[in-house]
Design a protein around this ligand. Sequence first.
Ligand code: PGA
Length: 255
Amino acid sequence: MRRKLVVGNWKMHGSLAQNKALIASLIANLRDLKNADFAVCVPHPYLFQAQALLQGTNIAWGGQHVSRFEQGAYTGSVSARMLADFGCTYAIIGHSERRVFMHETNMTAATSFGAALKAGLTPIFCVGETLEEREAGVTEAVVESQLIAILNTLGAQVLSEAVQQRAVLAYEPVWAIGTGKTAAPEQAQAMHAFIRRKIAERDSGVAARVRILYGGSVKPSNASQLFAMPDIDGGLVGRCSLDPNDFKEICRAAC
Ligand code: PGA
C-alpha cells in the first residue's frame, strides 16, 4: 500500500510575514494527521524560513525547481545541493509553468531530475498535456514522451536510483492548473493507470512503489473523490495550499 502524499506548491506567492502566519496555521492544522505525508514547496528565498519553522513537524519542505547544472557560472540558478543544504526533502521538477514560461524542455527537466537525485532530494516530476493536445487525442503520447525523456536522458539505471530516493510523479493536465477545472476522478485515474503501466513495462517493482500525485485545481470539494482512485496517491496543490483551512481539508482527505 502506497502512503499518500499531499504537497503544497506555493508558486511565486508569499512574504516573510505571510509565510510565518501560514506556516503557523499549517502546523496547528496538520499536527494530528498521521496517516499521510505532507510538504510545502516554497520560493527559494524562503527555504531558510521554511526550514527554521517546519523542522521537527510532520510537514516537510522543498523547492519548486532545481538547476540542471551542479554548480558554476549560471547566474540566477539554484542547485539541487543548495536545496539539500536547507534541509529540503522535495524538489518539483518540470512543472508546466516552467515549461511554458521558462522554456524548460523534456531534456532539461529530465537533467534536473537527475541533479535532484544526485543531491539526495526526492524529485516530484510533473507531466501533463495541454487542452489542444487532449483535443487532438495525443494525451497519452505526450505524457509518455515526457516520461521517456527521463530514461533517454539519464539511462535505464535511473529507475533504481529514483525508487531508492522515493521519486514521485505528478500528473497535472495543463488545462486544469489554476483554472478551477479539475479532471474528473475517472479521467485522472485513467492517466495515472496509463503512467503506471508504462513504468511497469520497464520495471513492475518500481511501478508498484512509485507515488503518482494528481495536480490541477485540487480543492476540498474534490480531493476525497480523487484520492479514492486506486492509482492516485495524493495531490500537488497550488491555489488551495495558500489557504490553511482548504489545505487542511485536502490533507485530511488523504488520511
Ligand atoms: P492549482 O495548481 O492547484 O492552483 O491548479 C496546481 C499546480 O500547479 O501544481
